[in-house]
Design a protein around this ligand. Sequence first.
Ligand code: PMP
Length: 330
Amino acid sequence: MRVYDSLVDLMGNTPLVRLHKVTAGVSAQVVAKVEYFNPGGSVKDRIAARMIEAAEASGELRPGGVIVEPTSGNTGVGLAIVAQQKGYRCLFVVPDKVAQDKISVLRAYGAEVVVCPTAVSPDHPDSYYSVSDRLAREVPNAWKPNQYTNVNNPDSHYHSTGPEIWEQTDGRITHFVAGIGTGGTISGTGRYLKEVSGGQVKIIGADPEGSVYSGGSGRPYLVEGVGEDIWPATYDTKICDEVIAVTDKESFNMTRRLAREEGLLVGGSCGMAVVAALRVAATAAPDDMIVVLLPDGGRGYLSKIFNDDWMADYGFLTTSSEEGLVGDVL
Ligand code: PMP
């Protein structure tokens, strides 16, 4: 019989899929690591499992514990799945720019969700950082995984995402491209790939224009889950050979193309990462292999990125005459 004991056993081991249409004119291979194949639908299942197991082992998380975390949704889903399997309560704090669909998903898994304003500074008492700190102090038996400082976040990628990619490509990967949010994905995967290849694999960060990682001030952008206005401990500032800034407009139009042309219904940070990967591919050698990580699926963004009115309101819809982009108004 092929029966898994728990969904937790299905986290990780996601496939690599070659991109065909959006890579027209590119000679290097560009392959996507499709993280929506995780049971919670995103790359964040990996860190959820490892952070919880480590906290149980260290005694920080005990039976009857409450998991309190500021999360844009995906980490919450991973934590909620692992927590319910193990009998913990979840209390999540999210910024109000997060799509309503994502919040509904967290509640569907049985988590409690507190929504906080995006347009306040991180040290403001109403910011989602401050509110989650306060709840972690005040709620009895609370444990805060803190994905922004928890070493098990990058370590989960060092032990799973990195080795998977190396094995799946038979060591032929030359470039790894990923968005940077907490920095856990790029730091852990990047560290493994650099070590195993003797420094040969180039690590390229993708970042929303305006975020600090690509030299911005931290000004707002609409793509979710990536970019920062602070420098989290989970980001290894030496890991990237290059960080490429991508606009919201470029990210969202590429996200729509991935659904329409590659059959990949994915989130906005995936479009962002693919735009960066294609910029890398433009100057790469023909036998190079670029692996781009796609963090989540697109169902949580139907009312935004995949909604023409929302795209038009922000001036994001493009015409075919705009270089490299094909939008809806043809
Ligand atoms: N994309 C999405 C949709 C995410 O939720 C996250 C996690 N914040 C990322 C990208 C970035 O991953 P990381 O935190 O590992 O840098």
